[in-house]
Write a protein of this length. Structure first.
Length: 154
């Protein structure tokens, strides 16, 4: 393969515009050629590395996999037990005073106060929602008027 053709193919390859056949030509050239121009030594190294990486196979013995599975299962069970014990030991047990929420950092233990606060918060959200949807009604009127004008035959 001549110098100009190699240069054109390499430029296309580096820009990601080469076809599979052009890539195969480059691979074959750089794997077989011995005397290449100094300018293309990087490409020969690159294609040689590609070939070596393709030939590498990774396999682990079956015995190691079963040991890893056993270790993962055992550590999962141990972590679950530790979590349950930690929750049981360190979780405060306040059966007499249930906390329904917090207002300004203070716990609410009275159920009726919690319900009142929730209702006022939901009312506020509802009012803001209704205020935001009012303008959408105007947009709908504008759309209908535009439709009438567009369908009108002069």
């Amino acid at each position: 393969m001549d110098y100009n053709k190699i240069k054109i193919l390499l430029d296309k390859y580096m820009d990601g515009e080469s076809s599979l056949t052009e890539e195969q030509q480059l691979k074959a050239y750089f794997q077989e050629a011995e005397n290449i121009p100094q300018e293309f030594v990087y490409a020969k190294t690159m294609f040689t590395q590609f070939k070596q990486e393709k030939e590498v196979s990774y396999s682990t013995p079956q015995k190691d996999k079963s040991k890893k599975r056993f270790l993962l299962k055992t550590s999962g069970i141990a972590a679950s037990i530790a979590l349950v014990v930690g929750i049981a030991l360190f979780h405060p047990n306040n059966n007499d005073q249930a906390i329904y929420g917090y207002i300004n950092g203070k716990p609410i233990t009275d159920k009726s106060i919690a319900i009142d606060e929730i209702q006022s918060a939901l009312n506020m959200v509802s009012q803001n929602y209704n205020r935001g949807t009012k303008e959408l009604n105007q947009l709908s009127k504008f759309y209908k008027t535009t439709e009438k004008v567009m369908n009108c035959k002069w």
